[in-house]
Design a binder for this molecule. Structure first.
Ligand SMILES: NC(=O)c1ccc[n+]([C@@H]2O[C@H](COP(=O)([O-])OP(=O)(O)OC[C@H]3O[C@@H](n4cnc5c(N)ncnc54)[C@H](OP(=O)(O)O)[C@@H]3O)[C@@H](O)[C@H]2O)c1
Length: 317
């Protein structure tokens, strides 16, 4: 009995491994448009796909970011300036892409650009701290996708949306997590709607990785500012000791982030080049072994695990 079971499971993984190794043909003729290429995963993916011979169309937020990327890549890679919160910028970038891809269409669209609000409890933040998170991470992603979808449909290509484990378990990063839940929902709806056109949609769910977004010094500085700007009655209800502890523990956790960004970009590359891309990619040991399993637990059990060892606010009931 056990022998048959183990053989069956082994066979399943062997077949899956073989299937996932199949690569689409003519990669050198395929265009991939990536948002947020100034730094982090977007920047690394642009260089990785360029080395692989693909035609990379890299969107950067700043001219400086674009210039630095061009210095490190081949002449094949082209850059454009794109702010995903600005409709006119998206329209101009779409036209730019259309001129480059011609009748072949756009093989890959990678929605990678995002921002992180100050790390804090949601009650400490003001609307101006978190509006941009929805504007960039969710509305911007949706607008770029809808603007370029006709080009992806033409190529029967791929859309790769970068979410997060925080889009599966909301335990940290308040409004960022809300925006990533939105990315998950948008991607699920999109995948079901465009599959008949031959377009495949993949979601990348990284755990914690060391990038500009998670830089402990910069991030915690913003967190401190948000705390100091929170209304007096809110700060009193938590207490300074609570914040100091939150600051210390969060900074320690950020310092332990994974430094191997290739774990994430390899998933993105697979989603773009494999004949059979996955719907979801969990990237990083924390995502695979802690947070994704946690997301399948009953909510009350997940709540208990995530909050049991947390210090209590000063005015806790
Ligand atoms: N790092 C992690 O632990 C982690 C975990 C899970 C998911 N993710 C996701 O991974 C993706 C990439 O993040 P990352 O970690 O590589 O951080 P990152 O280095 O900060 O990359 C984000 C990029 O988006 C750009 N950007 C910001 N606002 C923009 C806008 N309005 N329009 C266009 N581009 C804009 C940034 O440009 P500037 O640098 O010039 O501001 C930056 O290049 C994001 O979707 C993020 O949510 C990251």
């Amino acid at each position: 009995m056990w022998f048959y079971l183990v053989t069956l499971v082994g066979l399943y993984y062997l077949l899956r491994w073989y299937r996932e190794r199949q690569v689409v043909s003519n990669l050198q003729d395929k265009h991939v448009f990536i948002t947020g290429c100034d730094s982090g995963f977007g920047n690394l993916l642009a260089r990785q796909l360029d080395r692989r011979g693909m035609r990379v169309l890299a969107a950067c937020l700043t001219e400086k970011g674009a210039e630095e990327l061009r210095k490190k890549t081949s002449d094949r890679l082209e850059t454009v300036i794109l702010d995903v919160t600005k409709t006119e910028s998206i329209v101009a970038a779409t036209q730019w892409v259309k001129e480059r891809v011609g009748n072949r269409g756009l093989w890959g669209l990678v929605n990678n650009a995002a921002v992180f609000p100050p790390i804090s409890y949601i009650e400490w933040l003001k609307p101006e701290d978190y509006m941009s998170v929805f504007q960039v991470n969710l509305i911007g992603l949706a607008q770029v996708t809808l603007s370029m979808l006709f080009l992806v449909k033409k190529a029967q290509g791929r859309i790769v949306n970068v979410s997060s484990v925080l889009g599966r378990v909301a335990f940290f990063g308040g409004f960022y997590s809300c925006s990533k839940y939105g990315v998950e929902a948008f991607s699920d709806i999109l995948r079901r709607e465009v599959q008949d056109f031959g377009v495949k949609v993949s979601i990348i769910e990284p755990g914690s990785f060391k990038t500009r977004m998670t830089d402990p010094e910069l991030t915690m500085e913003r967190s401190k500012k948000a705390w100091e700007a929170a209304p007096e009655h809110v700060r009193e209800s938590y207490g300074q000791q609570f914040f100091d502890n939150f600051y210390r523990v969060t900074k320690q956790n950020l310092m332990m982030s994974n430094t191997n960004l290739n774990v994430v970009t390899d998933c993105m590359e697979h989603a773009l080049t494999s004949t059979y891309p996955r719907t979801r990619y969990s990237a990083g040991w924390d995502a695979q072994f802690i947070f994704i399993p946690l997301s399948y637990l009953p909510t009350s059990l997940a709540d208990y695990i995530l909050t049991r060892s947390r210090p209590k606010p000063a005015q806790a009931a």
